[in-house]
Design a protein around this ligand. Structure first.
Ligand SMILES: [Zn+2]
Length: 317
């Protein structure tokens, strides 16, 4: 029997945890489902990654209202993926902030990504009819680095390099050394790398590590609340990306086709990473992108709902 496509068979609800990291920083996590970061400044609240729909955003807002009544003024998009951005309108923010590279990806492939992601993982798009038509558009973009001041609290938004996507942005509280990494770092969850830059990702993780964060909110998985836990999260993500790339490169060097490389790479990685959530969902996309990068495509090809299905059929049947 062939495996159900992507995460269509994943129907089990996850338990939400709202973790306090400091007077200003909170993590909304859900056992490996996409996380949302919350920064409470002197005069306003910033939300980092929105959840997948405006209805799902209401649960984040409910938790925020348990700790502050300050207005939610800013939404930051760590990258362009639909599951991170389509809840934005639920917060009624004054501004939606993203890197220019993320803006460009929304222009180039936002529509295709939206259709593709909803098809892959319907459970993550609760009340998908509440998503307004069209796409989520940033109102402020930046290149490299910018600071926002929530009163006296400085929040830095930084592009440390490519990794999970071309536009990856982290949010950083320099005084408290708290980092919101987006999907550049996962914890006990499989990194999705279908739009990744495998050669760049480890170097970008070096730059994250150099910040020496005391706490880190990953894209998926529990908040990492000590420097030792942060190191474990960074090392795990790096090992997965490096192991996958090494396996694919070896297969390509031996002249093997994608199907053979896929089966070998899954067998090689499963003992170490197979218990991480969404392993079976991610591997076909991750290996396909890695094979592309190791052969002829410097940049990720656009995933469409149709290409998703064709790839799955080719690798899993
Ligand atoms: Zn993502």
């Amino acid at each position: 029997m062939s495996k159900a496509f992507a995460s269509q068979a994943d129907l089990q609800e996850k338990k939400v945890t709202f973790t306090r990291l400091s007077d200003n920083a909170w993590a909304y996590t859900a056992e490996g489902d996409p996380n949302t970061g919350v920064i409470v400044g002197d005069d306003a609240v910033m939300v980092i990654d929105t959840q997948a729909t405006p209805v799902m955003a209401q649960d984040v807002i409910r938790r925020i209202r348990e700790v502050t009544d300050k207005p939610i003024r800013y939404v930051v998009l760590s990258h362009y993926h639909a599951v991170r951005v389509l809840g934005a309108s639920g917060y009624r923010p004054e501004h939606i902030i993203a890197s220019r590279d993320t803006y460009d990806l929304i222009v180039e492939r936002g529509e295709q990504d939206k259709a593709s992601e909803i098809g892959r993982f319907p459970r993550l798009f609760q009340a998908v009819e509440s998503v307004p038509p069209g796409l989520t558009w940033p109102t402020i973009t930046f290149t490299g680095r910018m600071s926002l001041w929530l009163g006296k609290l400085e929040v830095q938004l930084i592009q440390l390099g490519r990794g999970h996507t071309k536009g990856d942005t982290v949010a950083w509280l320099p005084e408290q050394k708290i980092l919101f990494s987006g999907d550049l770092v996962e914890f006990d969850a499989t990194p999705y790398a279908g739009d990744a830059y495998f050669k760049d990702w480890p170097h970008t993780l070096d730059k994250l590590a150099a910040l020496q964060a005391n706490a880190l909110v990953p894209g998926r998985g529990a908040a990492l609340t000590t420097p030792a836990q942060v190191a474990v999260g960074l090392a795990g993500t790096r090992a997965f990306i490096s192991d996958l790339y090494a396996s694919v490169q070896a297969g390509v060097a031996a002249g093997k086709n994608l199907n053979a490389v896929y089966k070998e790479t899954v067998a090689t990685l499963r003992p170490k990473y197979g218990h991480w959530v969404i392993f079976d969902h991610c591997m076909p996309f991750d290996v396909t992108r890695c094979y592309d990068e190791a052969t002829q495509y410097a940049d990720p090809r656009i995933w469409t709902a149709e290409r998703d299905r064709q790839m799955w059929e080719a690798l899993e049947s």
